[in-house]
Write a protein that binds this ligand. Structure first.
Ligand code: KIV
Ligand code: NA
Length: 266
């Protein structure tokens, strides 16, 4: 199957065909998600709290992201690979964002980048778009700003906040963004953004009217006992992995593994 590209995203929106997106951080899962037909794989800075043992996304560095981006892009043939720009690697200037995005593409093999923020980053988006780098925006609850936002909270509640979100979304679109993630936004606000934008919205905790949905794969697959309200388990892979591990350990202890067929007689 041929690679999902930027023009497919808009075409899918126009056809009313939902876009599917999941995070991925390594080759083994990226292969599974790619074969299962996920359209966009996000190497999220959520690698920090989900894979690297950081307390949040804030400590994640570009040098931690790049090997994960490379692993995911090597594991895909169809999905568009989107690399998150981590906290501190893009905000200061369009040139900084450009330099980091170029590393994600050249060293990581990403096809697009994503970063958090609205109108104040329009010039960043514009420079990247003109340089041939597709940008996915990220509005609503933006985890890198949790210290300013007062924790994990729904954003865009109330008329003023909703209007700010709309104008941020429009600013990103006008600057050349190819899609925008809406995280923890009231459903009617996300629905209106989806209606007024020509580019697709990809929701997480933002309701069913978005053009697509994204989840952190460890939430989606039930790798952890707790996950947020907007991220139900579509499977219990964590429990399955635990059970397999117990079976293996028991078989070793009981000497029922390895069997003759698992061994080399000479
Ligand atoms: O890093 C991440 O996983 C994300 C998604 C939740 C959109 O940014
Ligand atoms: Na992220």
């Amino acid at each position: 199957p041929s690679r999902v590209r930027v023009h497919h995203l808009r075409a899918m929106k126009e056809r009313g065909e939902p876009l599917t997106m999941l995070t991925a951080y390594d080759t083994v899962t990226a292969r599974i998600f790619d074969e299962a037909g996920i359209d966009l794989l996000l190497v999220g800075d959520s690698i920090g709290d989900n894979m690297l043992g950081h307390p949040s996304t804030i400590p994640v560095t570009v040098d931690e992201m790049i090997p994960a981006v490379r692993a995911v892009s090597r594991g895909t043939t169809r999905a568009m690979v989107v690399a998150d720009l981590p906290f501190g690697s893009y905000e200061a200037s369009p040139a900084q964002a450009h330099a980091t995005a170029v590393r994600m593409m050249k060293e990581g093999g990403a096809h697009a980048v994503k970063f958090e923020g609205g109108a104040h980053l329009a010039e960043h988006v514009r420079l990247l778009a003109r340089s041939g780098i597709p940008v996915v925006g990220h509005l609503g609850f933006t985890p890198q700003a949790e210290n300013m936002l007062g924790g994990k909270r729904v954003q865009g509640r109330g008329n003023e906040a909703a209007e700010t979100l709309m104008s941020d979304a429009m600013a990103l679109q006008d600057a050349g963004a190819v899609a925008v993630v809406l995280e923890m936004v009231p459903r009617p606000v996300a629905a209106r953004a989806t209606e007024i934008l020509a580019i697709p919205t990809i929701g997480i905790g933002a309701g069913a009217e978005c053009d697509g949905q994204v989840l952190v794969w460890t939430d989606m697959a039930g790798m952890t006992s707790w996950s947020p309200r907007f991220a139900p388990h579509f499977g219990e892979v964590g429990a399955a992995l635990y059970a397999a591990t117990r079976e293996y350990a028991a078989a070793v202890r009981e000497r029922t593994f390895p069997r003759p067929e698992h061994s080399y007689e000479e």
